[in-house]
Write a protein that binds this ligand. Structure first.
Ligand SMILES: [Zn+2]
Length: 396
């Protein structure tokens, strides 16, 4: 933390003091206390770090951030200075009595309050949930910016997203794309990843935008950036190819899925091309796209005769055990429904047709492939069709 209380109760911010003054405090052996838990804290000041305070041990403190290292302190201070420079009303480590919380930064814009949490250490999911609940109670919008040390980028468009990271996906309105934010206090890079689509349990594709902090305004966080239909489906084309050509020795959840397929008299190579399609609200599913989509296709859609009807309700109740409750994604406002998203894609591919807000009619048969060559070719054709149909729709 950047601030602590002195013996007489005054708030002290080491980072804004000169090194001479800090040396003087050290000489006096001045005592400082955590504003949240009142325990004595220690000064951390050296030539190569932002001067800050730290608890003596992993203590029972409501504002303990875990780690509390120089990396976090520096990032927080830089973000604070960045906002001050934009003339934004911002408070550092402000205490909010009604919820007993102390966000890293508290912003007030047109009477609306935003709490920025700069999170570099791994804290428990319960802690994150508690803080978000508190902010909601106090009518404060939380924004979580993660330390760049937490970013696991794999290629230009691929990242690893574990369960911990998943809860930091923001979506400010129904029309904005899912987004993650990262900041590196060493390089000053502010990284925004938007239009996130999970490809596997803990893998995703997303559109990266990297800016230097001093090039951007706070509003940059709300600037929407998406893949074009072409970009998204090109990326998904390679996903599908990888999926078809997977090694033959799966384990865990994947193994039981292969066994389930076998029980249904089919195999990964023969699966219809419509299994494993991108849906942006996949963050609400407990299982991978290939898992739940294949169950929907094999058990519900394939047996349905042409002209037969299928309701959204029946699909939801069929998959109810695979859907997460929305409190797992606390920063997403009005999450989309992954099942409806998927059904719309199938309608786009002329497999089904939406007849009413609640139901679809099957209009074309679902094709199982005979061999891997045929499957790969059909996958590519389907991706092309999806690209064309989606682009048409976007233009319309
Ligand atoms: Zn404390």
């Amino acid at each position: 933390m950047l601030q602590a209380k002195s013996l007489n109760g005054k708030i002290v911010t080491l980072a804004t003091m000169t090194s001479v003054d800090i040396a003087e405090l050290k000489k006096q052996q001045a005592s400082f206390f955590c504003p949240a838990c009142n325990q004595q804290v220690i000064m951390k000041a050296g030539t190569r770090m932002i001067a800050h305070f730290a608890h003596r041990s992993t203590v029972n403190c409501p504002s303990y951030e875990g780690g509390e290292g120089g990396y976090h302190a520096k990032g927080k201070l830089l973000l604070y200075q960045w906002l001050v420079y934009q003339n934004i009303n911002v408070q550092l480590e402000a205490y909010i009595p009604s919820i007993d919380q102390r966000p890293d930064l508290l912003l007030t814009i047109n009477k609306k309050r935003i709490a920025i949490e700069y999170q570099c250490a791994r804290i428990s999911i319960e802690q994150v949930t508690q803080r978000n609940k508190g902010y909601r109670r106090a009518n404060i919008t939380p924004i979580w910016i993660l330390g760049e040390n937490r970013l696991n980028r794999q290629t230009n468009n691929h990242i690893k997203i574990d369960q911990f990271t998943r809860q930091f996906i923001h979506q400010f309105s129904t029309t904005s794309p899912p987004a993650l934010y990262y900041f590196c206090p060493q390089t000053l890079q502010f990284i925004t990843i938007q239009d996130i689509h999970l490809t596997q349990a803990s893998q995703a594709i997303g559109k990266f935008d990297i800016k230097s902090l001093n090039q951007i305004h706070l509003l940059h966080l709300f600037k929407q950036q998406r893949f074009t239909a072409f970009e998204l489906y090109q990326l998904w084309k390679s996903e599908k190819r990888k999926f078809r050509l997977k090694p033959l020795h799966p384990y865990g959840k994947e193994l039981s899925w292969h066994q389930w397929l076998y029980g249904k008299g089919t195999h990964l190579e023969y699966l219809p091309s419509i299994v494993h399609l991108p849906v942006s609200s996949q963050y609400l599913m407990k299982t991978s796209t290939w898992d739940w989509q294949s169950r929907l296709v094999i058990d519900l859609l394939a047996p349905l005769p042409i002209g037969g009807q299928i309701s959204i309700k029946s699909c939801e109740s069929f998959l109810r055990k695979q859907i997460l409750s929305t409190h797992h994604v606390p920063l997403i406002h009005a999450p989309e429904n992954p099942i409806i998203e998927y059904l719309r894609l199938l309608a786009n591919l002329n497999i089904i047709k939406q007849e009413s807000p609640h139901s679809f009619t099957k209009i074309n048969p679902i094709k199982f492939h005979k061999n891997i060559e045929e499957a790969l070719k059909a996958d590519e054709e389907m991706i092309s069709l999806l690209t064309v149909n989606t682009s048409d729709k976007m233009q319309a």
